[in-house]
Design a protein. Structure first.
Length: 213
């Protein structure tokens, strides 16, 4: 998506987070195409074990594909790769570059996300220039079974302490998505439930359904 406006409520409604291993036996492009058809609005590419050239060669066509489809393309962790492929967004975790450092090289309207597991981390990320926060794990996570579950009280405290949109991640699937939406999140992010789905389009569609008031 070229020069996306910061209408993050729409852009981050449902994010597919994946790498090559999670997407197999499909390619990431094949998985993304089917997930986009079901309502996924953003693709976050997360790879930890590639050389710089391998990462670039993987990310470049995905960036082009997302632009063609009008979806947000986010790179996890790697500012250099995000710059090289003109990604729309960069997401930084707890052990990644400081937000204020990345923001200097990643000016708006480029989108900058930060993982926040505590109120203090959320406030700091907002002060340093983050545009949205990733919070979780909301539920037990098949992809990260060691990830502690975020208490609902912590999630609510982060919502009250910052003005940033919150994207919930961790164990999100069709059975619990409505509950997650009921917590007032801006968006959801899913890994396993989409990547391992026999029908990613159907699963994506179910993840977008919010509870009726």
């Amino acid at each position: 998506m070229d020069n996306p406006a910061l209408d993050l409520k729409g852009l981050l409604a449902l994010t597919l987070v994946t790498g090559r291993d999670e997407a197999r036996p499909r390619t990431i492009l094949e998985l993304a195409e089917r997930a986009f058809a079901g309502g996924v609005t953003a693709l976050q590419l997360r790879e930890k074990n590639l050389t710089d050239r391998e990462f670039y060669d993987l990310a470049s066509p995905l960036a082009q594909f997302c632009r063609q489809k009008g979806r947000l393309f986010i790179i996890n962790d790697r500012l250099d790769i995000a710059l090289a492929v003109a990604a729309d967004g960069l997401h930084l975790g707890v052990g990644d570059l400081p937000i204020k450092v990345a923001r200097a090289f990643w000016p708006r309207p480029k989108i900058l996300g930060a993982t926040a597991k505590t109120v203090a981390a959320a406030k700091k990320a907002e002060e340093e220039g983050a545009d949205y926060l990733g919070c979780g794990a909301l539920f037990p996570s098949p992809s990260k079974p060691e990830a502690p579950i975020m208490a609902l009280e912590t999630l609510k405290a982060i919502q009250e302490a910052t003005t940033l949109p919150l994207v919930g991640i961790g164990g999100v699937n069709p059975k619990n998505a409505a509950l997650a939406w009921s917590w007032g999140l801006t968006g959801l992010a899913a890994i396993t439930s989409l990547a391992r789905a026999e029908d990613p389009e159907r699963v994506a569609n179910s993840l977008t359904k919010k509870p009726r008031n």
